[in-house]
Design a protein around this ligand. Structure first.
Ligand SMILES: *Cc1c(COP(=O)(O)O)cnc(C)c1O
Length: 402
């Protein structure tokens, strides 16, 4: 008899009822508390992926539970026909964290935030001959048609072509290639602060300073996709604050709602008013419940001094991985609590499976990279627990079948 009878039952029902877009996930999670989750068979795991950098406060955080419960019991939805206070409070808060004049448009997801940004770039280019945009090879911006057009991964992009957007792809991190691609016919440049789905790959230092200069010189709009890196993930509110380069348009989602669906497209300076009345809309975007969740996430990060915590435990995590001498392990990259353990061989799937057996959820983001993006509240002890287990996990991964 199987030791995971419930999992097997639910996996069978999942594969019969859901479209096979994700394959059958390897764990069926029943509940969570803090950085621990339990599966349907009662096994517990330390969560080092947080629903892909989303559950910033971990699971069932009292501040999030309270904010969402109170809001849903007060007012769950207004549509954009009516104003509600949480959206105004959240927009004001995001603008203050950014530290620049700006305006916010709320969405429900990351891909929608990028759709808004793409429309904004087009609106800005209207009446000019700026006919194309530039994005990065191996970049990821979402799965809807506009965001997918910007996504530089041929395997997920090409089957759905053609797109109504002329996108030119450049190697990520190469400032000279960017300079050559961006002319005064270019409407906008879409970049991530580090490739997230690409395997947590940071660019060389100075890349964003160069990107800012190139966009200033040509008049192209600089759009920074901080959907994965934003809201404390790298130890600052936004990853671009490390290099102190302010984009024209900033997109957010994932960690912003701490698990509730919300995204944002933020226009900085004059880009805050590029869209006029009627130019864009969303029935659910920035709804009261998701906005209340985001306010609770931000307040908790502030009250609990989590940015400093992320920097400290993020360093411990990276230094701990770097100190492990193992034939499968090449090193570690990333910032804050946004890291990848880099492998010498394409065995990330085996590492993920071995980690799961050892009681840790990690993510084989690329064949040779294992992504670690735990809740921002992960403790030093929990980080140490993973570091202690990692050599054994790597040993087990080496022995697993490919
Ligand atoms: C996840 C992600 C998206 C897409 O967000 P969804 O909420 O899945 O639509 C876009 N850009 C980046 C950088 C992401 O990490």
């Amino acid at each position: 008899m199987s030791v995971w009878p419930q999992y097997e039952r639910w996996a069978e029902r999942f594969s019969a009822a859901l479209m096979p877009t994700y394959g059958v996930p390897p764990v069926a999670i029943a509940r969570g508390e803090g950085c621990t989750v339990w599966d349907v068979d009662g096994n517990s795991y330390l969560d080092f992926i947080a629903g892909i950098a989303v559950s910033s406060l971990g699971h069932a955080h009292p501040a999030l539970v309270r904010a969402v419960s109170d809001q849903v019991g007060t007012l769950a939805h207004t549509s954009n026909l009516f104003l509600h206070q949480p959206e105004v409070l959240l927009a004001e808060k995001l603008i203050s964290l950014l530290g620049n004049e700006a305006r916010v448009f709320f969405t429900n997801s990351g891909t929608e935030a990028n759709e808004a940004a793409l429309k904004l770039v087009r609106r800005h280019a209207a009446g000019t001959d700026r006919g194309y945009v530039v994005a990065a090879e191996n970049g990821f911006h979402g799965r809807t048609m506009g965001a997918l057009a910007l996504t530089g991964k041929p395997a997920i992009r090409e089957p759905f072509a053609p797109y109504g957007v002329d996108v030119r792809f450049v190697p990520y991190g190469d400032a000279d290639a960017l300079k050559n691609a961006v002319t005064d016919q270019c409407a906008g440049v879409f970049l991530e602060p580090a490739l997230g789905e690409g395997g947590v790959v940071p660019p060389p230092a100075g890349y964003f300073t160069a990107a800012r200069e190139i966009c200033d010189a040509t008049g192209a709009v600089l759009v920074l996709d901080e959907i994965q890196s934003g809201i404390g993930r790298t130890g600052t509110w936004f990853a671009h604050q490390h290099e102190n380069v302010v984009p024209d348009v900033l997109t957010l989602a994932k960690g912003l709602g701490g698990g509730l669906p919300i995204g944002a497209c933020i226009g900085v300076g004059a880009f805050g008013t590029t869209f006029g009345k009627g130019d864009h809309g969303s029935t659910f975007g920035g709804n009261p419940v998701s906005a209340a969740a985001a306010l609770a996430v931000i307040a908790t990060i502030e009250d609990d001094n989590l940015l400093e915590h992320v920097r400290t435990v993020g360093e411990t995590l990276a230094a701990g991985i770097a100190a492990i001498d193992h034939p499968l392990l090449a090193g570690v990259r990333g910032q804050g609590l946004w890291r990848a353990a880099v492998l010498r061989e394409p065995r990330a799937a085996q590492v993920q499976a071995a980690a799961q057996e050892a009681g840790f959820l990690v993510n084989a983001v690329q064949p040779d990279a294992v992504r670690l993006a735990p809740p921002l509240v992960v403790t030093a002890e929990q980080v140490q627990a993973l570091l202690d287990a990692l050599p054994g996990i790597l040993d087990a991964a080496v022995l697993k079948e490919s």
